[in-house]
Write a protein that binds this ligand. Structure first.
Ligand SMILES: Nc1ncnc2c1ncn2[C@@H]1O[C@H](COP(=O)(O)OP(=O)(O)OP(=O)(O)O)[C@@H](O)[C@H]1O
Ligand SMILES: [Mg+2]
Length: 231
């Protein structure tokens, strides 16, 4: 059974449909990139997968014992979030809250430490999050998501504010995590890295959607605009 089986899904805000009749699956070990133009519903879909909003039609089935506590989420960043008033270590520690509750356990401390080191931000731990560069902030948020992720990482445009070198490094980091066995779902506007690293592509269009392997997308679908009809 797949981690997610999405069948004829529709998602809406106050009765206004954002996503219609969408079907795809995500199996353990997949690396799915979600692409599509601004406003096509990519962030909304991630919120649906996380159970933050409910389908208006169709369904999202979770399999392989996947629970909400197994998913790490790096939301799309806004200006307000960049000014979040907490230290680096405090931000990373909030990633463990859904597993351990409010009291820090030895397990939490180990997890926080492990991820601060892994992302090369251990020496920034006492710095105010708001004082970091965009690239450093994304590393902090990835460390936070990794504290939560046991099986699955959901990333919403994680390289949007990064310069090309930092973005490449970030993609390599995600690739390493994927090779270590984490399932990855990433929203991005960067098609070349999506094609290089992803196993599958979901392209959200205005009239229809395209889902398949990255190879098939490269051969047939990368010109897909969503205005035409695909099966
Ligand atoms: N909380 C909300 N309430 C009402 N409408 C919303 C809400 N969030 C998003 N929308 C609308 O839903 C549509 C899809 O938004 P969404 O943020 O999912 O798009 P997106 O594909 O992530 O775009 P982008 O590439 O700009 O991040 C847009 O028309 C947006 O205005
Ligand atoms: Mg978005």
């Amino acid at each position: 059974m797949a981690l997610f089986t999405v069948q004829n899904l529709s998602l809406a805000y106050e009765g206004r449909h954002v996503i219609d009749n969408l079907s795809f699956t995500v199996a353990q070990g997949d690396y799915l990139c979600i692409v599509g133009e601004n406003g096509s519903g990519k962030s909304t879909l991630l919120r649906g997968l996380l159970g933050m909003i409910s389908p208006t039609a169709g369904r999202i089935l979770r399999g392989d014992g996947l629970g909400r506590q197994d998913m790490g989420y790096l939301p799309q960043q806004t200006k307000q979030q960049r000014d979040f008033p907490a230290s680096v270590e405090e931000v990373v520690r909030t990633g463990c809250l859904n597993r351990t509750g409010l009291l820090p356990s030895p397990d939490t401390r180990t997890k926080v430490e492990e991820n601060l080191r892994r992302l090369g931000i251990a020496d920034l731990r006492r710095r105010p999050y708001a004082h970091l560069s965009g690239g450093q902030q994304q590393r902090v948020l990835l460390a936070r998501a990794l504290c939560a992720a046991q099986k699955l990482l959901l990333l919403d445009e994680p390289t949007a504010s990064l310069d090309p070198a930092a973005a490449s490094e970030f993609y390599r980091l995600i690739d390493d995590l994927h090779r270590e066995g984490l399932t990855v779902i990433m929203v991005t506007h960067d098609i070349p890295p999506a094609m290089e690293y992803a196993t599958h592509i979901l392209h959200l269009g205005t009239k229809s959607h395209w889902f398949g392997t990255a190879d098939a997308y490269g051969k047939a679908g990368s010109g897909f605009t969503g205005g035409e009809h695909h099966a």
